[in-house]
Design a binder for this molecule. Structure first.
Ligand code: BGC
Length: 729
């Protein structure tokens, strides 16, 4: 409290000394533009940015990394500007800096909040060792559309799970004391509804109703704010006709007023300027005016603020108090990070040398990788495999790839630093033979360009089939390239790219004993595969330790316990398909065509939200619902491990508010617990439902709890479980 007061006093005194130009400078963020170890830039944009830095017209830099670089820029600003206000250095530390954890969607499949928090902590530890103090993560966008490439970066389709993950990630990045040199300020993004881009097409319009906005989209952001997240990023998208960057209702009325958020909002990359092509602002100057009025405090890389805000204020278009408010927020975070005490506190060269790719970090990401694996199918207990008892074939280009498992959004990490599946098998001394089969990709893929898929060249097919024929079991490692998901990577097909399904079918002709090891950044529509292949292991993109984790799971050294955070569709035409949809007026089958269905596809998904098997089996019994307490409903069930090995189960609780003034989804996740059970052991798991779980937001954004009948389900996924009802009075 005393510290907070002194920070506010310091901000007051700084604000009094600052000119309007200097204030606006704090609201300006530039991308790294110059090799700071070389001479000062001459000419062009770089020279302008350099001059702006020296004049105190820059508050933050992004994409400047390394203690040497950060120190040099910080020094320039601290020593050469009039007031010496330190810069804050931001970067996309999404799932690790050098040592990479699984992609965030994969981590979400762990349903393990402690592990996710720890993963963010490790990321902060490494990133803060290279001079960074701010990450543009977590992405907390809910999305129901796997065509959208950025689903890899989020927590999946569900709001409850997404909100829990948002909290865990914020805590992990920020720790309990932001001023420590090994923590980062976090940034919940993209506020809001970017994940509802129409047709899953990148940067596309979001047009959603208030009920979806309030109940599905906003809660993970609210959870992040409640967990004291220091910053939020808005986004590229229009929401119901207004670009979110210029959206006052979201940023001022809800975020800052209603939720009491006291950190700052950064725009997305040039999203202030993009309000011009959106048709919302006339020109860059108008965009600056609209952005600041709507509550976008810092402008990332569109130069709208630095070029036009002073003029806007002088012409009376923007009230200076709005500028003061934005600057106050930005300075507050800088004070909290401890940058005024020591602007170089994140520039510790020793730490930088010691911490990158540290073995403790490798151990932590391996643990996270194991927890992220989902066993989708395992007919006749084909898995786990026995070591040394079978002739094992490994097929597929991805098996021999050190890059793809690193996934997308891994700017700080080095190429080819992931343990491949082949290396993982070798590390465990597993004997196997390998054939690549047809290439999936034609050339080296990178972050900036489209991945080029081989659709025609079948060389390698024959050799792969021949190897499969003479083997006892075939491990088919198939999926997407690491750069086929992420920003700018929407797909209309959700199948295995290129010739992979042809390869799989050809192998299946000669050997049915196949384990399909999937590597992908999004749910896939793999209908044929799910029907015909006996065992399927979803390994997403598991990061630096992928191959080691996959090997442990294949041979039973680790018993998979992940559960899908997003529905897998049977076909792309079902998308968006998600478990917590509303009921239509005609949900049930009829003898005629006049009910909710497709003529050419089932309504059911391929694999439902929450699905994931284990090498053991869990039996659910004794659902009890206790309504005798004043302020809560207690729901419990007993789970028993009736298989032969120890395993972990994510016990899931769903409710259905059957009649409400704004209709509620057919099912909503409202609790989960991950338990570990030895063979034969059982445990009673209890969930407490309070107003928080039982209520919802109405169209006026009021949280209401309405009496009436609720359905309840405790189960192993969103489709199967013990069901009951209770009445809320
Ligand atoms: C992305 C953001 C990211 C920013 C900075 C944008 O293209 O949408 O999520 O933080 O770039 O790299």
């Amino acid at each position: 409290m005393a510290q907070e007061k002194s920070i506010e006093k310091n901000i007051d005194s700084l604000l009094q000394q600052m000119t309007l130009e200097e204030k606006v400078g704090q609201m300006n963020q530039y991308n790294g533009f110059w090799d700071v170890t070389g001479p000062a830039p001459q000419g062009g944009n770089a020279e302008i940015k350099y001059e702006h830095l020296k004049k105190g017209l820059v508050g933050s830099m992004l994409n400047v990394v390394g203690t040497e670089e950060v120190r040099k820029l910080q020094k320039l600003v601290v020593e050469e500007t009039r007031l010496g206000i330190p810069l804050i250095f931001g970067y996309d530390v999404i799932h690790g800096y050098k040592t990479l954890a699984p992609i965030p969607l994969a981590e979400a499949a762990s349903w393990d909040m402690e592990a996710i928090e720890n993963s963010a902590k490790i990321a902060a530890q490494e990133a803060s060792a290279v001079g960074l103090n701010w990450t543009f993560a977590p992405m907390v966008d809910i999305s129901r559309d796997p065509r959208w490439g950025r689903v890899m970066e989020g927590g999946g389709e569900d709001t409850y799970l997404g909100a829990e993950i948002a909290k865990a990630r914020v805590k992990g990045f920020q720790g309990d004391d932001l001023s420590k040199p090994n923590t980062l300020a976090a940034c919940a993004k993209h506020f809001a509804a970017y994940g509802f881009a129409e047709a899953g097409k990148e940067y596309n319009t979001a047009d959603i109703g208030t009920s979806t906005l309030y109940n599905a989209v906003l809660p993970p952001f609210k959870a992040a704010v409640d967990a004291d997240v220091k910053t939020l990023m808005n986004g590229f998208n229009i929401l119901n006709g207004i670009p979110v960057t210029g959206n006052k209702m979201l940023q001022r009325d809800i975020l800052k007023e209603k939720w009491g958020f006291d950190g700052f909002v950064i725009s997305d990359w040039s999203s202030v300027g993009e309000m011009v092509p959106h048709g919302f602002a006339e020109d860059l100057k108008h965009a600056a005016e609209l952005g600041v009025k709507a509550g976008s405090d810092m402008d990332m890389e569109s130069s709208a603020y630095v070029l036009h805000l002073v003029e806007n204020v002088k012409e009376g278009k923007v009230d200076e108090s709005l500028i003061d408010d934005a600057v106050r927020r930005i300075l507050r975070v800088k004070f909290e990070l401890g940058l005024f005490e020591d602007p170089y506190k994140y520039c510790n060269e020793e730490r930088e040398k010691e911490e990158l790719y540290h073995e403790d970090h490798q151990a932590a990401v391996l643990d996270m990788a194991l927890k992220s694996i989902v066993l989708l199918k395992n007919d006749d207990n084909l898995l786990p495999l026995k070591k040394d008892q079978q002739k094992i074939a490994v097929i597929g280009q991805l098996a021999n790839d050190n890059n793809s498992s690193l996934g997308s959004w891994r700017l700080g990490s080095d190429n080819n630093t992931g343990v491949s599946v082949l290396e993982g098998l070798k590390n465990q001394s597993i004997n196997f033979s390998y054939e690549q089969g047809p290439r999936i990709f034609n050339e080296e893929a990178n972050f900036l360009n489209e991945v080029k898929v081989n659709e025609t060249d079948t060389s390698g097919m024959q050799e792969a089939v021949a190897l499969a024929k003479e083997s006892d079991v075939v491990l088919m490692v198939l999926g997407e390239h690491g750069f086929q998901s992420g920003e700018g990577r929407s797909r209309t097909q959700l199948d295995l790219p290129g010739l992979q399904l042809d390869l799989l079918k050809a192998v299946h002709e000669v050997n049915k004993n196949i384990v399909l090891i999937l590597m992908n950044g999004r749910p896939l529509a793999i209908h044929w595969e799910a029907e015909n292949i006996p065992a399927i292991l979803e390994t997403w993109q598991l990061g630096s330790q992928a191959g080691n984790a996959i090997t442990e799971a294949l041979f039973g050294d680790y018993n998979p316990s992940g559960k899908l955070p997003m529905t897998f569709p049977r076909s792309v035409g079902q998308v968006p398909i998600y478990y917590n949809h509303f009921s239509t007026g005609r949900p049930d089958p009829e003898s005629t065509v006049f009910w909710t269905h497709y003529g050419d596809e089932k309504n059911e998904p391929l694999f439902p939200f929450g699905h994931g098997l284990s090498y053991t089996t869990f039996k659910y019994t004794d659902l009890e619902i206790d309504t005798n307490n004043q302020n809560s409903i207690e729901v419990s069930a007993t789970i028993q491990n009736i298989g032969k090995v120890t395993g972990k189960e994510v016990v899931q609780l769903y409710i259905h508010d059957k009649v409400a003034s704004v209709v509620r989804p057919v099912k909503e996740l409202k609790g989960f617990q991950k338990i570990s059970l030895a063979p034969g052991a059982s445990q009673k798991v209890t969930f407490i439902l309070t107003d928080k779980e039982l209520g919802f937001y109405n169209h006026d954004y009021e949280f209401v709890v309405e009496p009436g009948t609720f359905g309840v389900m405790v189960g192993t996924n969103s489709q199967e479980g013990l069901t009951g009802t209770f009445v809320l009075n």
